[in-house]
Each structure stands twice: as C-alpha cells, then as structure tokens.
Design a protein around this ligand. Structure first.
Ligand SMILES: Nc1ncnc2c1ncn2[C@@H]1O[C@H](COP(=O)(O)OP(=O)(O)O)[C@@H](O)[C@H]1O
Ligand SMILES: [Mg+2]
Length: 258
C-alpha cells in the first residue's frame, strides 16, 4: 500500500564557505524520504537549510556528503538537464524573465524542447486557464505589467509547462500580501493537475504547511527535527521549541483555514 519513493535524501550534508572563509554547515546529514504523489513541506526558520535542500534535489548545488536519489537513481549520475526536465521549479516572486512576455516565459521550456509553435501556443493558453488567468488578457503582458499574485501564477504555469512529475517550490507565496497569499494557496490546493505530482514546498509559514502539505519536515540549523503529518505535529511535537512553534499556528489553535 505504500507509494514508491520519488525522492530520497541519504545523510545529505552540505557545507559552504562563509564570507570570512569559515565553513558554514547548511545541512548536517539529512535523511528524508518523499513518496510519489506526496506534498511535503520543508518548514523552519530562515537559514535552517530549506533552500539548500531544494537546490540539492535539482542539482543546482551538489552535496558535500551523502547522496540524493531521484526515482531510485543517484541524482549525481543523472544529466542535470534531464533531471530538471522532470522537476518544475517555482521561486519567490515568480522568477520570470522581465524582457519576455507571459507567453514566452511560460512557453520557454517547450521551445527549448523543440515543440512546434502552434502546440506551444495552445499549451500556454491551457496553462494560463489552469492558473486562472484569462489567456486573451494576459498572454502578451510583460511581468512588469502584472501584480505580485499574477506573476506567481505565471511562475506556477511555467513550472508545469512540460508536465513534470515533481514540482519544487521555494516560498512561492512568501512575497505576497496575506489576502493574495490566501487566494493563491486555496487555488493551488484545488488544482487537479497537481494531484498526482510529488511536490516539495519550502516555507517558513506553519499555516501554509498545515494547509498544503501531506507531511511536514521541520528543519532547524541544518538538521531534521521531525518529519510527520500535520496532525502528528500538533499532537506530538518532537520538542518544546516545536511545541511552542506549533501552538502559534492559527490552524493548530482550531482556527479555520478558509
Ligand atoms: N552559496 C552560499 N554560500 C555561503 N553560505 C550559504 C550559501 N547558501 C546558503 N548558505 C548558508 O547556508 C545556511 C542555510 O541557507 P538556506 O538553505 O538558504 O536557508 P533557508 O532557505 O532555510 O533560509 C545559511 O546559513 C546560509 O547563509
Ligand atoms: Mg530559503
């Protein structure tokens, strides 16, 4: 009954060289297993290693120790381009190219794959519909002509262009005002196209993790403090620090997420 593993981190460590030449341990031997189709939130305070973990998964950086397995294969042995073709990547503020219009941004990966123009145009419109932007009004706008929420929607559409089985999202709703953030979170949760995808979502927002994730990996100072379902985190937080953190959540306090 257990779903197969999509992504597995085995004792993954990553050290950087700090501004004064000193070693900075971003991750200290992280073990994590993410099942196919699961949404896992990487949750923790700033600097705890969330972004580093995400970038290790798509090989924007390499581990100093340990290894990352994707679909059972050592990521180090997979061509980075091939690896990333199967992993959409969404970053804060959308990460759109400012000199390219919405359709060029969303269609970029399809174009690199050599798809025909008509097919790309149809896919762009389909993706815009998916993220609830009217294609006729938005396809030829530039990122500078969009609101923050709209840019983020385009960022999600672009990440889904090649229908990758895995979606990596780094604080995708973090730069938005609370109302827009809530709208995007609810729309995102309702997206049928995401049901079968494996999603790794970086956030420092506990309520966002509770709302969107099947399981939450709580990181602190480069270490995994707890990996559990939202309910388990509420019922049995691993230590007093986490108990206090969880107690500060609206959802854990019985508030509505609607
Ligand atoms: N390229 C880098 N060079 C030096 N230090 C880095 C680099 N990337 C991350 N770090 C350090 O690693 C730690 C974890 O960073 P990061 O993964 O970005 O944290 P988070 O995303 O949880 O805020 C921090 O101390 C950060 O300063
Ligand atoms: Mg980060």
């Amino acid at each position: 009954m257990n779903a197969p593993t999509a992504i597995r981190l085995e004792s993954v460590g990553r050290t950087f060289v700090g501004a004064h030449g000193q070693p900075v341990t971003a991750l200290a031997g992280l073990d994590l297993e993410i099942a196919v189709g699961q949404t896992v939130a990487l949750l923790g305070p700033s600097g705890c290693g969330k972004t580093t973990t995400l970038r290790l998964i798509n090989r924007l950086i390499e581990p100093t120790s340990g290894r990352v397995l994707v679909g059972g294969r050592d990521a180090a042995s997979i061509d980075p381009i091939e690896l990333r073709r199967g992993m959409g990547y969404v970053i804060q503020s959308g990460g759109l190219f400012p000199h390219m219009d919405v359709s060029a941004n969303i269609g970029l990966l399809c174009e690199l794959e050599g798809h025909e123009r008509a097919r790309i145009d149809a896919r762009v419109d389909e993706l815009l519909e998916l993220v609830r932007l009217d294609p006729a009004s938005y396809r030829h706008r530039y990122p500078g002509e969009l609101s923050g929420g709209q840019r983020q929607r385009v960022g999600v559409a672009r990440a889904l262009a090649l229908d990758p089985p895995v979606l990596l999202m780094d604080e995708p709703f973090g730069a938005l005002d609370p109302i827009t953030r809530g709208e995007l979170q609810r729309d995102f949760k309702a997206l049928e196209a995401l049901v079968d995808k494996t999603i790794v979502l970086v956030t420092h927002d506990l309520d966002e993790a509770f709302l969107l994730a099947d399981r939450i990996a709580v990181l602190r100072r480069g270490e995994l403090l707890q990996f559990a379902t939202p309910q388990e985190l509420i019922d049995r937080p691993a230590d007093p620090w986490l108990a206090r953190f969880v107690a500060g959540s609206r959802i854990a306090a019985g508030g509505s997420d609607a």
